[in-house]
Design a protein around this ligand. Structure first.
Ligand code: CDP
Length: 220
């Protein structure tokens, strides 16, 4: 039997990344931040100034990306800060519409599934990449709360940010992600929806770990 998967999907700045890596640590599971893969393709697409679909799929297939304890490496260049910029985030949601690129990333994403288990975050973890995930969570928060969280994150990193522009950017990205033809951002029918607007990071992580323990308890 393949290793268990906890899929955590949701819109931009819903807190998926922080929560998913915390849940993975708590359970001793591997962690896949699928958005980072889309962001790396976006960075390459900006560097080459191309939106050619075949080229994007080839880049996704061939790029030498690795993750090292939160650091993202392209061959041996550390690109963490670059891929986390808003510019790259917006480009990521554009390139993410390309079916051939999504297809090219499928195998790479699935290769993260190894014992003792995987926590994967993104937009289509529970619907497309790991439809057999044992637990699927759809994490949301109001647009205002999400924009505020993203603002705080950027300011803390010393990156200049504008709350209004951020809100606009988030809404545009939500709309693009929800409306695209392939793997749109929608909750899997068998997912648990969790609104984190009024919850702390710890509370959200604990709730997910609790659901996981209930599932495991129910199976054995
Ligand atoms: O951190 P944030 O939620 O803003 O974005 P992200 O998770 O890093 O993803 C960046 C973009 O990649 C998203 O806006 C999506 O368009 C795309 N993406 C996707 O299509 N499918 C995924 N599984 C993950 C990300």
């Amino acid at each position: 039997m393949s290793a268990p998967v906890i899929a955590i999907d949701g819109p931009s700045a819903s807190g998926k990344g922080t929560i998913a890596s915390r849940v993975a640590k708590r359970l001793g599971f591997h962690y896949l931040e699928s958005g980072a893969l889309y962001r790396v393709v976006a960075l390459l697409s900006l560097r080459e100034d191309t939106l050619d679909e075949k080229r994007l799929a080839a880049l996704a297939e061939e790029m030498e990306v690795s993750f090292d304890d939160g650091d993202i490496l392209l061959a041996d260049e550390s690109i963490s800060d670059k891929v986390r910029s808003e510019l790259v985030g917006s480009r990521a949601s554009e390139v993410a519409k390309v079916p051939a690129l999504r297809q090219a990333l499928l195998k790479r994403q699935r290769s993260f599934r190894r014992p003792p288990g995987l926590v994967a975050d993104g937009r289509d973890m529970g619907t497309v990449v790991f439809p057999d995930a044992q637990l699927k969570v759809f994490l949301t928060a109001s647009a205002e709360i999400r924009a505020g969280r993203r603002y705080k994150q950027l300011i803390e990193k010393g990156i200049d940010a504008n709350l209004r522009a951020l809100s606009r950017n988030l809404r545009e990205r939500d709309e693009r992600d929800a409306k695209r033809a392939v793997a749109p951002l929608v909750p899997a029918p068998d997912s648990q929806v969790l609104d984190s607007s009024a919850l702390s990071i710890d509370e959200v992580a604990e709730r997910i770990v609790g659901w996981w323990q209930e599932r495991k308890g129910g199976r054995t």
